[in-house]
Design a protein around this ligand. Structure first.
Ligand SMILES: Nc1ncnc2c1ncn2[C@@H]1O[C@H](COP(=O)(O)OP(=O)(O)OP(=O)(O)O)[C@@H](O)[C@H]1O
Length: 283
């Protein structure tokens, strides 16, 4: 009996629930706005009028009221424009939506900061090495440097890598938006490379990404070139715009691998320096 009732009416139950939540949310959004009283007034008038018209069966007035209601429906968004804007703004800044978007937003802000820092370092030809932790912990590498646990900012990065600063040698390790440590020693790649111009900073970036899933960003002191290392391969000489795009692709998973634009890649499976596709070889 009970099961039969549930089987027949569960959809009605869900509809009632959705409508109740919807009406309550509209009430909450409009509450404390000037339009709320007008809306309540309108609803009361409509309910009383409909009840009276039904009771006395006044056909002509019913016809007029029905037509007037149609006009009112069109006029409502105009009358309540400020309230609708306030309500929509509230929905946009509501806590649950904020929670949903917060992570992405924080990461976007962080990537923008990192982008600013890398471009500034590159313009000033200040050598820099960033290791960005992902799933595999970089605690062993953190322990070789000085723990900072600070919020990342371009100014902090510039101060750390500024030549002759006590922490300028080595890498900054980043986890999320935090600078975990600076002056860290990363494992140097032991691979033989045909390009002898690849020095220790770039080898250290490659080495870490051979052993972990971290992403490393290198700014060359000699040329100001920006490179990204991941999974033991290196994308070299990235233009600032390309650097930003690649970091977004990696961290915000916006595009698939086929669409990657890689100016120059140094990796285990790549062709030699003269392979004609802009790739460099790790022999
Ligand atoms: N194992 C390591 N871990 C972290 N940083 C390292 C490591 N080895 C060297 N470095 C950093 O790299 C610097 C030396 O850079 P080197 O000139 O050899 O590299 P490079 O790849 O040619 O870079 P650049 O183009 O900036 O000269 C050191 O001063 C130090 O800051």
């Amino acid at each position: 009996m009970v099961w039969e009732f549930i089987r027949l009416h569960w959809r009605h139950g869900i509809e009632i629930l959705i409508l109740t939540i919807g009406i309550y949310q509209i009430y909450r959004a409009f509450k404390a706005t000037r339009g709320a009283r007008i809306l309540v007034g309108l609803v009361v008038i409509l309910v009383v009028l409909t009840a009276l018209l039904q009771l006395f069966r006044l056909q002509v007035i019913t016809w007029i009221v029905t037509r007037a209601l149609l006009v009112l429906l069109v006029a409502l968004p105009v009358i309540f424009q400020p309230e609708i804007r306030t309500a929509l703004a509230r929905v946009g800044s509501s806590r649950w939506l904020d929670w949903l978007l917060r992570n992405d937003r924080r990461q976007i802000v962080f990537l923008e900061s990192l982008d600013d820092a890398v471009i500034m370092l590159s313009k000033k030809r200040i050598g820099a090495l960033f290791a960005l932790e992902r799933n595999i912990s970089l605690k062993p590498q953190e322990d070789t440097g000085v723990r900072l646990n600070a919020d990342f900012s371009p100014e902090l990065a510039m101060s750390v890598f500024f030549p002759k600063s006590p922490l300028h040698d080595g890498a900054i390790i980043l986890a999320g938006e935090k600078v975990r440590a600076a002056g860290c020693v990363l494992p140097v790649s032991q691979r033989e490379m045909s390009d002898r111009s690849i020095g220790l900073r770039h080898r250290a970036a490659l080495g870490l990404t051979e052993e972990t899933d971290a992403i490393c960003v290198v700014v060359s002191e000699e040329t100001g070139a920006i490179s990204i290392c991941s999974e033991g391969s290196m994308e070299r000489d990235l233009e600032p715009g390309d650097f930003r795009t690649r970091m977004e692709e990696i961290f915000l998973s916006k595009t698939n691998d086929d669409e990657k634009s890689v100016p120059q890649t140094l990796g285990a499976e790549d062709g030699g320096p003269d392979s004609g596709d802009g790739s460099l070889d790790a022999d």
